[in-house]
Design a protein around this ligand. Structure first.
Ligand SMILES: Nc1ncnc2c1ncn2[C@@H]1O[C@H](COP(=O)(O)OP(=O)(O)OP(=O)(O)O)[C@@H](O)[C@H]1O
Ligand SMILES: [Mg+2]
Length: 509
C-alpha cells in the first residue's frame, strides 16, 4: 500500500517542495524515515504513534517506510509531522481524500494538536508559485500564510479537525486575506520628549531622510539612548515589498508574532552588548538569521558600542557594505539580506566625561585612547554621521518648551524620501545611503564652491575614499531636504561637520 502527500522544506529564506511518500508492506514491524531527516524528524515517529492512538486511529503493525524526496537535501524541523501522519493514514486506508493539489505543514503533539512551525510565509508563497490550490498550516501561522496570493490557506489546530475537513464531515473555511494597514504601525516614543539637543535631532533627521548610519557620542544621561530609541518614529512607512522581505526573515527565524500577517513597522533591534558574533550575524547548526538580518529594512541599534566584543563588531564590516550576510556551516551556505541603518551610541571614555564642558574626566590619556580604540577605524569609517550629544543645560530642561513632535519631523523625512524614490526609480535602490560610486557621480551635481570645499576638506581631513562617498551621500540628503537639485557649499559644509568628531576623539588632538 502506497500513498503520497506534499509538504515544504526550507533552505535559507526559500522554500522547496518535499514529496512525502509512504509505503506499507508485510514484514517485521518497523517505521523508517529516509531522505536525510534531521533529529526532529526522526523523533516524529514517536509523536505519530502516540497521536494516532490518542485520537482513536490505528498504527499499522507492518513495515513502514517514509521517504522525503528530494532525498539528497537535508530536512530539518518538526514541520513534517502532519504530512507524514496523513500519508500513513492514506496508505493504510484509514482516510480517503484527494490531496494531490494540497500542501501540508505542521508540528504535532502527542494528542494530535497542531503547533506552529518556522518559515510558513516562504512556504505558502512557493506553494502558490508552483500552482498548488490549498495549503494546510497550523492555525497560529494561518494569518502569515494568507499573505500569499493564489492559494487557499486553511488553519488547522488538530489532526481530527483536518480529517473531518478532508472527509467532508465538517468543512473548514479558508482564511481570508484582509487589507494590510501600513499606517497602523504606531510608535509609543516621540521626539517631543527629548529636550534641547537640536543638533543631534537634526542629525537624526538627516540619517532618517537618507537611510545613513549614525554614531552618537556623549556623556552619561545626555539623551543618546533616548534619541536612538525614537528613530523608528520618524522613519518612512514600509512598502509592501519591504514588509514582505522582512516578514520572510521573521518567519524563518520563528520570530513572527502570532496571528500577524506581515511585519508592517520597521524593525528596531537593540541587542545587548554581550551578544556573540554568531547571534549578531546569524548562525546555528542549520544557519538561521541573526540580529543583523532581523533588522532588515529597519534599524540595528548598538548601545554602549565599546562594550561589544571586538570580534563581534568586526562581523558587521562586510554585511554593512554588501547589505547581505553569508553564513557557512556544515549543512550549507546561506545568504540573508541585511539592508539596515546602523545606529551606535557610546561614551567618549570609561568614566564618560572626556571632553565634558564642566566635569573633569578621571581617565588618563592612555585609558581614553584604549577605550576609543575598541572601535576600529574601518567600522568608524562606515558610520557616516558622527554626532556629539552634549549634556543638556539646566535652562533648557527647566524651560519646558514644547519640542517638535516625531510626526512633524517625519513629514519632512517623507518629503526627502519621495525625491529619492523618483530619482532611483530605475536603479533598484530607495535611499541616498545605498548609492554606488557611479550613482554618486551621476546624481550628485555640485556647485563650483561646493566642489572647491569638498576638495579642500578631502586633503585637510585626510578622508578615505569611503568617507568621501559617505560625505557626498549625506550632502545629497541635506540638499534633498532643502528641495535642491544641485548640492551647494552649505550642504557640503554641514556634511563635513558630521565627519569632524572622529578627529576630536580618534585623531589624537
Ligand atoms: N535631552 C533630554 N531631555 C529630556 N530628558 C532627558 C534628556 N536627556 C536625558 N534625559 C533623561 O535622562 C534619562 C537617561 O537618558 P539616556 O538613557 O538617553 O542617556 P544616555 O545618553 O544614553 O546615557 P548613557 O551614556 O549613560 O547611556 C532619560 O531616561 C531621560 O529621563
Ligand atoms: Mg544610553
Amino acid at each position: 500500500m502506497f500513498a503520497d502527500v506534499y509538504s515544504m522544506g526550507l533552505c535559507g529564506l526559500d522554500a522547496f517542495t518535499v514529496h512525502v511518500e509512504c509505503d506499507i508492506s508485510q514484514g517485521m514491524p518497523s517505521f523508517d524515515i529516509v531522505g536525510l531527516p534531521g533529529a526532529a524528524i526522526k523523533e516524529s515517529r514517536n509523536r505519530i504513534r502516540a497521536a494516532l492512538r490518542n485520537i482513536g486511529l490505528e498504527m499499522p503493525v507492518n513495515t513502514i517506510t517514509v521517504n522525503l524526496a528530494p532525498a539528497d537535501i537535508k530536512k530539518e524541523g518538526p514541520v513534517y509531522d502532519l504530512p507524514i501522519l496523513l500519508s500513513l493514514l492514506l496508505a493504510t486506508g484509514q482516510l480517503y481524500a484527494d490531496v494531490r493539489d494540497c500542501v501540508f505543514a505542521g508540528e504535532m503533539s502527542l494528542t494530535g494538536e497542531i503547533f506552529p512551525v518556522k518559515g510558513i510565509l516562504p512556504m505558502a508563497i512557493e506553494a502558490a508559485r508552483l500552482g498548488f490550490k490549498k495549503i494546510f498550516v497550523p492555525s497560529e501561522n494561518s494569518q502569515e500564510a494568507s499573505v500569499a496570493s493564489g492559494v487557499e490557506v486553511y488553519g488547522v489546530s488538530g489532526v481530527r479537525e483536518l480529517i473531518d475537513h478532508l472527509t467532508g464531515k465538517c468543512v473548514l473555511s479558508p482564511v481570508k486575506t484582509g487589507e494590510i494597514d501600513f499606517t497602523a504601525a504606531g510608535h509609543q516614543l516621540d521626539f517631543c520628549d527629548v529636550t534641547g539637543q537640536h543638533e543631534a535631532k537634526r542629525a537624526m533627521e538627516v540619517a532618517a531622510a537618507g537611510g545613513h548610519n549614525i554614531l552618537l557620542i556623549g556623556p552619561p544621561g545626555a539623551g543618546k539612548s533616548m534619541l536612538a530609541n525614537r528613530l523608528p518614529s520618524i522613519l518612512p512607512q514600509m512598502t509592501r515589498e519591504e514588509a514582505l522581505e522582512t516578514s520572510k526573515i521573521y518567519s524563518v527565524a520563528g520570530c513572527m508574532p502570532p496571528d500577524t500577517a506581515l511585519i508592517t513597522a520597521r524593525p528596531f533591534r537593540a541587542p545587548h552588548h554581550t551578544i556573540s558574533a554568531a547571534a549578531l550575524a546569524g548562525g546555528g547548526k542549520v544557519p538561521s538569521p541573526g540580529e543583523l538580518s532581523l533588522a532588515h529594512n529597519g534599524v540595528l541599534f548598538l548601545d554602549e558600542l565599546p562594550e561589544f566584543a571586538r570580534n563581534t563588531l568586526e562581523v558587521l564590516r562586510q554585511p554593512l557594505e554588501d547589505q547581505l550576510v553569508t553564513i557557512s556551516r556544515v549543512s550549507g551556505t546561506m545568504t540573508f539580506p541585511c539592508s539596515i541603518m546602523l545606529v551606535c551610541a557610546m561614551n567618549p571614555c570609561a568614566c564618560g566625561y572626556y571632553g565634558h564642558p564642566t566635569k573633569a574626566c578621571i581617565c588618563g590619556k592612555k585609558a581614553v585612547e584604549k577605550y576609543l580604540s575598541k572601535i576600529s577605524g574601518p567600522l568608524l569609517d562606515r558610520l557616516d554621521l558622527h554626532v556629539e550629544v552634549p549634556p543638556v543645560e539646566y535652562a533648557e530642561l527647566s524651560r519646558g518648551r514644547a519640542e517638535e513632535t516625531s510626526a512633524q519631523i517625519r513629514e519632512r523625512v517623507n518629503k526627502a524620501r519621495r525625491i529619492q524614490e523618483s530619482r532611483f526609480a530605475d536603479e533598484g535602490i530607495c535611499a541616498n545611503a545605498k548609492m554606488s560610486s557611479p550613482m554618486i557621480h551621476k546624481y550628485c551635481p555640485l556647485t563650483g564652491d561646493a566642489e572647491q570645499l569638498i576638495h579642500r576638506a578631502y586633503d585637510s581631513l585626510g578622508l578615505s575614499a569611503r568617507a568621501y562617498s559617505g560625505l557626498m551621500k549625506i550632502a545629497r540628503t541635506i540638499a534633498d531636504m532643502d528641495g535642491e537639485e544641485t548640492i551647494s557649499s552649505a550642504h557640503i559644509a554641514e556634511a563635513i561637520q558630521y565627519r569632524s568628531l572622529d578627529r576630536k576623539y580618534w585623531g589624537g588632538e
